[in-house]
Design a protein around this ligand. Sequence first.
Ligand code: HEC
Ligand code: HEC
Ligand code: HEC
Length: 135
Amino acid sequence: MSNNKKIYDKGIVFTGLVIFLALITFPFWYNRGIAAPAPEPELTEKAKAAKECVLPADEMKTGHMQLLNDWRNDVVRNADRMYVNEHGKEFNMSLSNECLDCHSSKEDFCDRCHNYASVKPYCWDCHIDNPKEKM
Ligand code: HEC
Ligand code: HEC
Ligand code: HEC
């Protein structure tokens, strides 16, 4: 019966189409529920030239909030603005004028990690986040 045969063919075509779509979209749905790739904060030329951060990179990665907090306390409570690290290198304890002088693109550096980790530091309500452009 030609009618049934047609329906049967459509069934096969449809099944084939579903399998085909499932296969070509596999990379998309397979990644659902699996963590997105880790963010890659971008170093500026200035940072690359400096080679090192205030503290060793792994300490910065996990402890930069604490360091910033210490800096703020020293500046606000002790009126001390100079920080000397273990190599004797001096830093001006300032979020905008020191951290963002070297890491001058907040977007490509700080934000990459923060968006990934869903943290939104409120510092930028008061502190300038692009000191170079504002000057
Ligand atoms: C003189 C330039 C300079 C200054 C100033 C500076 N950094 Fe860095 N920072 C770097 C460099 C260079 C690296 C990469 C170090 C490495 O990979 O060994 C880095 C790394 C980091 C990292 C780790 C990034 C990663 O890939 O895991 C964080 C977080 C960070 N800095 C935050 C800060 C904060 C916050 C301040 C201010 C308290 C600051 N930095 C000040 C140059 C600087
Ligand atoms: C390597 C990834 C990474 C980079 C780069 C990075 N951060 Fe963070 N930052 C984090 C993570 C993750 C947290 C949350 C940590 C937690 O809650 O323990 C955080 C938290 C903070 C906090 C505390 C916020 C809060 O609400 O508790 C501040 C302030 C902060 N970051 C400032 C900066 C600044 C300024 C820069 C750029 C100069 C920067 N961070 C770059 C990963 C990063
Ligand atoms: C309500 C406004 C406000 C907010 C929000 C704020 N600060 Fe500040 N911060 C100040 C003021 C005012 C000073 C004193 C400025 C000075 O004496 O140079 C200061 C000083 C500092 C300093 C030392 C001086 C400097 O130039 O950076 C650091 C470091 C600092 N804050 C970090 C932070 C961080 C990190 C956050 C977010 C977690 C934050 N602040 C949020 C107002 C604010």
